[in-house]
Design a protein around this ligand. Sequence first.
Ligand SMILES: NC(=O)c1ccc[n+]([C@@H]2O[C@H](COP(=O)([O-])OP(=O)(O)OC[C@H]3O[C@@H](n4cnc5c(N)ncnc54)[C@H](O)[C@@H]3O)[C@@H](O)[C@H]2O)c1
Length: 135
Amino acid sequence: MRVLVTGGAGFIGSALVRHLIRDKGDTVLTVDKLTYAGSLRSLRDIAGRPEHTFVLADICDRCAMDNIFASFRPDKVVHLAAESHVDRSISDAEDFMRTNVMGTYSLLEAARTYYDNLSRHDQERFRFLHAISRS
Ligand SMILES: NC(=O)c1ccc[n+]([C@@H]2O[C@H](COP(=O)([O-])OP(=O)(O)OC[C@H]3O[C@@H](n4cnc5c(N)ncnc54)[C@H](O)[C@@H]3O)[C@@H](O)[C@H]2O)c1
């Protein structure tokens, strides 16, 4: 399975990426902007593994997302990139609106463009999973 994981250097994403590589034998592309919340240290256990590719990118960058979909050709997307520390949004919500709303929109549009060009068989297998917080 080829899995695109956004926010893969974060708390949940890095655990998922390590699990997919070590336990599932999947091929994973991690895309992460490496904000204060992300760190490549969390992926050091799988550093250098040929099944893993890390791309430093912002999910709001539609062109970069289109290129990732076109070149990696994922079967599944797990979208975890987010501003997740909700208490920070009280002092300034701009980054939350940008990443969580516009970034998710940009990623969904890139996924739809990619999906529209898949074969019927691959469309039926394709999944897009978005984890959100209710807080
Ligand atoms: N941790 C929890 O207990 C929990 C519980 C329920 C839901 N969630 C949700 O799951 C998701 C992931 O949570 P987490 O705890 O792993 O968050 P996290 O803050 O640890 O990780 C988020 C990752 O997203 C990256 N990121 C932020 N903005 C980005 C952007 N514009 N482009 C690319 N990457 C970007 C960060 O660098 C970071 O690596 C969030 O939506 C969160 O609300 C988390």
